[in-house]
Design a protein around this ligand. Structure first.
Ligand code: NAP
Length: 487
């Protein structure tokens, strides 16, 4: 399918109660960040549309919870198969609305699709416990139940995977959902909702609202006592605000928030592997990933060689529209993102850092920033404290292991850490000492549908994926009965 045919095939309405309906707040437009051109206008939801979406999720909740786990799982499995069939369409759509190179968008289709397969399989493995109480007089039954209607808010950087990572476990657990994608990249979610409709998902189980006023539309949904769960992926700043709102009704929450990942290279590291890992951990998704390595903490004895080698590779990267052959670095999501990256780099340089390659905005249509390597970044620089969310690899030096750990942990975040060492004992010490929810030990990417993804400290609450992911959408019930059942 070519770009125009694909864009025409994407629904331009809200999906509420199994029907595609216009938004009552007019239209919002979606642009291609590589060209700045508008690519589609879609429905803009009002507060009333948000309420209607929650009404639909509430109305469908009991029947979906009572649907056999096998039937729920098979719908997810059909959805997985349809994602594979429509792989090229999803990849192109993400490149058009978000900017990532087509090969990476394809990688996201694989990753995002896997949540459907994984949780389709997990749907039939929701289990509990049965046992005798310590006094020997009763039987204790522990069972798991769908938590109820959920509100799922997703960011723009992984438009498919961030949606499936929430939708698949929620549906597998027997919960109905209202999904709100980011205003900048709503098309993938709308196209995915159509796919779930095609896979046979009953009306009202999934509802999608797209809006240019996320705060205004979301607040009443979160305040509604019928809502039982809020799952959010996005910035720590917005996450904090939503946690405050959620506290009013003591709402269950999952929070996948920002990161500031350290990438530690010890003097005994395999430098070839460290360089490959660094390129992946930094430049995948144009650096716009919560898991992106933000601070390269490199032993002073290998720092110059590491910096020179990554800079050499970065010089060979090709910047452009993600649909063009050979492009490895697409545009940033918008002008604000470019300005932020430029400001962080300016601050680092003003404090004494040196740019080895790149370092500038690109003056052409679209919102591009050159892939950059900056070294000798000084303590206290903003770039070490804030999420860069762009293609800038920034290096600091360390002298001993304790210093590396201290610098790595010196952040309010704790999502993921990367460590390169050939010393097994040191690897184990890093697992013990780094304040992090995930770790890549001699590897630059950790994401996997079968793994519990999530952070500690201000990187969030809860886990997505793995055996843990479905429990975010289940509540535990304990029943005591005399032996034998008191009858
Ligand atoms: P964001 O600005 O926090 O937005 C995330 C989502 O929240 C969007 O759908 C946004 O909608 C919505 N939103 C914003 N303000 C809201 C409000 N007051 N009420 C309800 N919803 C609101 O984050 P982003 O810029 O899209 O994404 C980048 C951030 O996400 C980074 O910090 C990154 O680290 C984090 N992230 C974390 C993970 C993880 O798993 N830990 C994964 C990916 C990204 P609108 O955009 O339409 O306003």
């Amino acid at each position: 399918m070519d770009e125009n045919a694909l864009l025409a095939a994407v629904p331009d309405r809200l999906f509420i109660g199994g029907r595609w309906v216009p938004g009552s707040a007019g239209l919002l437009t979606v642009s291609d960040p590589a060209t700045g051109r508008e690519i589609k206008s879609i429905a803009n939801a009002s507060v009333e549309d948000g309420a209607a979406a929650l009404d639909a999720a509430v109305a469908a909740a009991d029947a979906w919870a009572a649907t056999a786990p096998r039937a729920r799982g098979e719908i997810l499995r059909r959805a997985f198969d349809l994602v594979q069939q429509r792989r090229d369409e999803f990849a192109l759509l993400m490149t058009l609305e978000m900017g990532k190179p087509l090969a990476e968008a394809n990688g996201e289709v694989t990753y995002g699709g896997e949540f459907l397969r994984w949780f389709g399989e997990e749907a039939v493995r929701i289990s509990g416990r049965y046992g005798t109480n310590p006094e020997g007089t009763g039987r204790m039954i522990v069972s798991q139940h769908p938590v109820g209607p959920c509100f799922l808010i997703t960011p723009w950087n992984f438009p498919l995977a961030m949606a499936t990572r929430k939708i698949a476990p929620a549906l597998a657990a027997g919960c109905t959902v209202v999904v709100k994608p980011a205003e900048l990249t709503p098309l993938t979610t709308l196209y995915f909702a159509k796919l779930l409709e095609d896979a046979g998902l009953p009306a009202g189980v999934l509802n999608v609202i797209t809006t240019s006023t996320s705060g205004r539309v979301s607040a009443p949904i979160i305040a509604d006592p019928r809502l039982r769960k809020l799952s959010f992926t996005g910035s720590t700043e917005v996450g904090r605000r939503l946690l405050q709102q959620a506290s009013e009704n003591v709402l269950r929450t999952s929070m996948e928030l920002g990161g500031n990942a350290p990438f530690i290279v010890f003097d005994d590291a395999d430098l070839d592997k460290a360089v490959e890992g660094a390129l992946l951990a930094k430049f995948r998704n144009i650096g716009e990933a919560c898991t992106a390595a933000n601070r390269f903490i490199v032993h002073e004895s290998v720092a110059d060689e590491f910096a020179a080698r990554v800079a050499e590779r970065v010089k060979g990267m090709r910047l452009g529209r993600g649909t063009d052959d050979g492009v490895t670095i697409g545009p940033l999501i918008n002008q604000e993102a470019v300005d932020k990256v430029a400001a962080l780099l300016d601050d680092a340089v003003a404090r004494g850092a040196s740019v080895l390659t790149g370092g500038s905005r690109v003056h052409r249509a679209g919102t591009f920033f050159e892939p950059t390597v900056v070294t000798d970044v000084r303590p206290g620089s903003d770039i070490l404290r804030e999420e860069i969310f762009g293609p800038v690899l920034s290096i600091v030096r360390f002298a001993d292991e304790d210093e590396a750990v201290r610098v790595a942990n010196d952040t309010e975040f704790g999502l993921v850490s990367y460590v390169f060492t050939r010393d097994l004992a040191r690897g184990q010490r890093m697992i013990d000492r780094l304040q992090t929810g995930m770790m890549g030990l001699n590897v630059g990417v950790v994401s996997n549908a079968a793994a519990p993804f999530g952070g500690v400290k201000q990187s969030g609450l809860g886990r997505e994926g793995g055996l843990e992911g479905i429990h975010e959408y289940l509540s535990t019930k304990y029943t005591l009965t005399p032996d034998p059942f008191g009858v």
